[in-house]
Design a protein around this ligand. Structure first.
Ligand SMILES: Cc1ncc(COP(=O)(O)O)c(C=O)c1O
Length: 453
């Protein structure tokens, strides 16, 4: 059966997505909780949960029921009409943002993350009349054309011609590999100082001091870099950056597509750093991967009906009723649980186990860190610093073989590779992962390292 699927995939499916990063592509046929299952019924413990989209576990029953209920009542509705769940989801997100950021605002929906990023670009352009953005090296905001222009990897742009509005990319505070070769203990946030220097003189190319105007409209920030390798900025960095942005009338757009909805132990990742963004973009876990829904929140001054009038953006499936029904249930589940406590506790336990792994594997495990249940393991050569991309890739592929024996049962491990040098395993488990499953995960990882070293 698998052979037939693989041969037809290789003949009829485009290779343009990311399926063929694995050789051969992996086929799964069922999922439940923290596990994916192959055709033979072998469980694969998933440590990436659909790039953090399925944070509440696969086939979550409560969310399934919400979806089925909507299927039986209002499964389809053109988004030019209102329905109750859309307004309730928008109200709840606006309430949460007002509570966290102290300012009223509105919510605008779309379908996928990149589309919400595109909408945010339009909102920023419309408010400022400018089309240039700052973004971070190592940053990822999606692969539609507008999102690619502010996503750091040149590989994603190179075959598609000239991007006239390509972002100005600023080094991210990646302290394990400081772009300025400083040490976090005594750098005095040198990287922020370097960013601030851009505004010292008009001859640094972006600031007109006479007019008090910057050529750039907004800075796109992931509070913890996702695809870049789950890099957590050091304390004080984001507040210092925000001060500079405010002084130069540059908006801060907070991309929470991967870190939002408690991945880092807070509703929004940026809350960990005490910074109030002007715009928040979200997607992924809002519907736990069921019927996609994405969107943005913006301060009222930026998104009031006079600033962002009807028709400013539109997609046939934005605010789709199945998505809003599930999103509403996700928000209810969040309100009823204490995710701040449980995600932080589980994250701390997971990190402890990874730190022990690092001690057992000096050099090879060069760095581990985490914020909530967004964790990272950086694989290096024995010197503990040189990135080991090949080893990381072998570990990733070996996890998908599904042949790790645990008490007489076969298991696999689903990992995701990220980072600037593709030597980082980014870990985003389900929020209800048990301690025993965390032990299993770290044990399996340890065995994969032994096998692949
Ligand atoms: C931070 C961030 N922004 C934007 C996106 C793009 O979202 P989507 O893949 O839903 O278009 C992603 C996806 O991984 C992401 O992690």
């Amino acid at each position: 059966m698998n052979d037939d699927i693989l041969s037809r995939d290789s003949r009829y499916c485009s290779f343009g997505d990311t399926v063929h990063y694995a050789k051969p592509p992996k086929v799964f046929s069922a999922c439940e909780g923290s596990y994916l299952y192959d055709e033979a019924g072998i469980p694969y413990l998933d440590l990436q949960m659909w790039y953090s989209a399925a944070s509440f576990g696969y086939r979550n029953e409560r969310l399934r029921n919400a979806m089925v209920k909507q299927l039986d009542t209002l499964p389809q509705l053109a988004c030019q009409y209102l329905h109750k769940e859309k307004v309730e989801v928008a109200s709840e997100i606006a309430r949460i943002c007002e509570d966290r950021f102290g300012t009223p605002g509105r919510v605008h929906f779309n379908v996928g993350g990149s589309q919400a990023v595109e909408d945010s670009l339009k909102l920023v352009r419309r408010n400022t009349g400018k089309n240039l953005m700052f973004a971070f090296m190592g940053g990822y905001h999606g692969r539609t054309l507008g999102a690619s222009a502010i996503t750091s990897s040149y590989r994603y742009r190179r075959p598609y011609g000239h991007f006239s509005d390509r972002a100005h990319f600023v080094p991210f505070p990646y302290c394990f590999r400081c772009p300025y070769e400083k040490k976090p203990e005594d750098c005095g946030l040198y990287c922020v100082q370097q960013f601030e220097r851009l505004f010292e003189s008009e001859y640094y190319s972006m600031w007109d001091s006479k007019a008090g105007e910057c050529e750039f409209a907004a800075f796109y920030v992931e509070p913890v870099q996702g695809t870049g390798g789950y890099i957590i900025p050091p304390e004080g960095y984001l507040p210092a950056l925000k001060r500079i942005l405010d002084e130069h009338k540059i908006l801060l757009v907070d991309d929470e597509i991967q870190m939002g909805f408690y991945r880092t132990g807070k509703f929004w990742g940026i809350e960990n750093f005490g910074v109030r963004p002007d715009v928040v973009v979200f997607g992924k876990a809002l519907t736990n991967g069921l019927n996609p829904l994405s969107g943005l929140w913006a301060r009222e001054e930026l998104i009031s009906p006079s600033k962002f009038p009807p028709g400013s953006t539109h997609s046939t499936f934005s605010s789709n009723t199945l998505g809003t029904a599930v999103a509403l249930e996700v928000l209810r589940m969040i309100a009823e649980s204490d995710l701040e406590k449980t995600v932080k506790e589980k994250g701390a336990y997971f990190l402890e186990q990874l730190q022990m792994l690092k001690r057992r594997r000096p050099g090879v495990v060069g760095d581990v860190s985490g914020l909530g249940l967004a964790l990272r393991v950086e694989f290096c050569k024995p010197d503990g610093l040189t990135p080991d991309r090949e080893l990381t890739d072998r570990i990733f592929q070996a996890g998908l073989k599904g042949d790790l024996d645990v008490d007489g049962r076969k298991y696999g491990l689903v990992l995701d590779v990220g980072g600037y040098y593709k030597n980082v395993i980014t870990i985003a488990p389900a929020f209800d992962i048990e301690r025993s499953e965390i032990d299993l995960a770290v044990g399996l990882l340890d065995r994969l390292i032994s096998r692949c070293e």
